[in-house]
Design a protein around this ligand. Sequence first.
Ligand code: PEP
Ligand code: MG
Length: 766
Amino acid sequence: MVVLWLDEISANDLELVGGKGASLGELTGADLPVPPGFVVTAGTYREFIEETGIAEELFEAVDVDTEDSAALADAEARAEELILGTEIPEEMRQGILDAYDNLDDGKAFVAVRSSATAEDLPDASFAGQQETFLNITREDLIERVKQCWASLFTQRAIYYRQEKGFDHEIVDIAVVIQRMVDAEKSGVMFTSHPSTGDKKIIIEAAWGLGEAVVSGSVSPDNYVVDRASNTTEDITIADKKMMHTKDAKTGETVERKVPDDKRNARVLSEADINRLVELGEEVEDHYGTPQDVEWAMVGDDVFMLQSRPITTISDNGSIEAEVNEGVADGSGAVQTEKGGSQEVLVNGLGASPGIASGPAQTVTKLDQLDKVGEGDIIVTEMTTPDMVPAMKRAAGIITDEGGMTSHAAIVSRELGVPAVVGSSNATDTLEDGQVITLDGDKGTVREGKPEKEQGQEREPIEDARPKTPVKPMTATEVKVNVSIPEAAERAAATGADGVGLLRMEHMILSTNKTPAKYIEDHGVDAYVEEIVEGIRGVAEEFYPRPVRVRTLDAPTDEFRQLQGGEHEPDEHNPMLGWRGIRRSLDKPDVFQHELDAFRELYEMGYDNVELMLPLVNDAEDVLRARRLIAESGIDPDKRTWGVMIETPASALQIDDMAEAGIDFASFGTNDLTQYTLAVDRNNENVAGRFDELHPAVLELIGQTIDCCRDHDINTSICGQAGSKPEMVRFLVNRGVSSISANIDAVRDVQHEVKRVEQKLMLDSVR
Ligand code: PEP
Ligand code: MG
């Protein structure tokens, strides 16, 4: 099946049609006004790279160091060359053209948009990552589809994916092909306020096609509607210099000057606003969460071009606002009651909350990015994805152009960097080195840095904030996985109920020495201390919330890379080899040092530390480990300890293991999937088969939860799949006790858990 029609698609088809395709299918199914069209599925792309034999070379080409700009550029060029230069198999070509011919008898102008399978996931808005081509006809269709495929490997996409921890090999791309809407007006709409979460609908609108608003190349009008009273509370009419429109002669999309009489005119009438608000409410009702909607209008008809969950709302909005401070002006900046006494230099939209002070640095060309130092405030016309590394360094961001969905707005919200966008004149008004303070809530930029004022001083905002943000109350605990102790503070700030997995091997790998080599060089005490300190940082940050620490589990091939690695056995298949509890039981002396570290922590009062054993298979493994724990002076009846369920054997033997006295069982779905499906988790050739939601994996998990419930043993998940909404739904419905997710996914998982729990409660009373 080369294509799927939008009316054949639902939200469940995410992996086949990507976020955009699934959302459009879902909206079509809900009878919302979506232009007709079809999707060239992700499977078709996968078949293309595999059938033509370019897959391996492609993935090799994009496996580069993302901090090396030259290597990134080469990777993009090679990927494009491979995809565009390879003939598309005839059957695929025909399948796409046949579908096109069925749309308006082959006369349609269509929009061709890429829809990546990792795009629009609740935990990341991959803003501006993939291509869109407008007003395309039959002649160019196939080439444009291939360009969409190639856009999966632009420099910025490679960079962004790597930063977000997505594997290049497992991200696929679908292509949405839809009848064009010749929009007279278009824009975006947030069904709730994107930074504060208030029940206000924010609409941004500009003349012509919507691309200009989405890309941030024009500043749109901004309308704020209070949902409770249904009144338009605030209108900001922008100076709209440019618009995108279809050239009547060539049919191509062109950028034109907005006619003088429309430049400063209001785009939306009250009637238009009412129509959009109605639509916004319908979409939010349909999804049950606030949405970010792209819309277009022709005459009185409104169309929806996309809808996705807003990724950045927190329950308490501004509580998450940070006071970012430039290093150049020293620390200790305090926001005073009178913090606004300085002159406002520039006004714009508050796009990412928080207050930042620092020296301005104007960036007009990409090669000026180096001048942005840690703590500077970037001032630019509009940010681009290539600026992300500099945006991460910056204390704040100010742009001339762009609205609430522009690249600058979305990325700064994700990075947690305060931003003011669409100021129209910041690059002209602000000078390099000038110390300024931006307010990402109010949208103002002031001269200087707020000063402490006698008698008017109040606590710094940062200190006045609660340590953890307000979060949805859920019966199922939502915890967080921590890979590096340095991430503890950020992890704790998510409001997670504890740490579901702290991997001890990372503490060792970061010393670049195998345990034996470390001990040889520095002695046993230092080794134990290294572990104690690594755990202590996290246990302290979370105290009294529980922190589940897993004993060493590094396969021999990872240890081989370290100093001392030459003594590691050369295993034919390290994943099935000497790792986890097997090695600990064979080498009780090394295991003993880890247990010594636990005992020391307990003696120091860290009673929130829990002990987790990796890769156990059966009760014998558990009983042998329990004996060693007891011998080390830790009382297994007094401390919380448990096992990971990572092999089918462990899931099938859970009844006996429960008898051995464990307090919890935690699903390590990375390994459980690998061993259940016989799919090496590190082998790209079978990456497409690595499916944590496979019925066989789910059955093992389901029956383990049932058995643990009988024994009153807690169950949890700490594999990557715990961050996936589908897995969360499955687990909560089956009665799991807790879910541990990646830092970035915690908030979405909390909401998903709450939604499922509420549905379960409603179902029980209906
Ligand atoms: C797992 O297997 O799911 C797990 C969490 O452990 P690791 O990824 O460290 O093997
Ligand atoms: Mg594992």
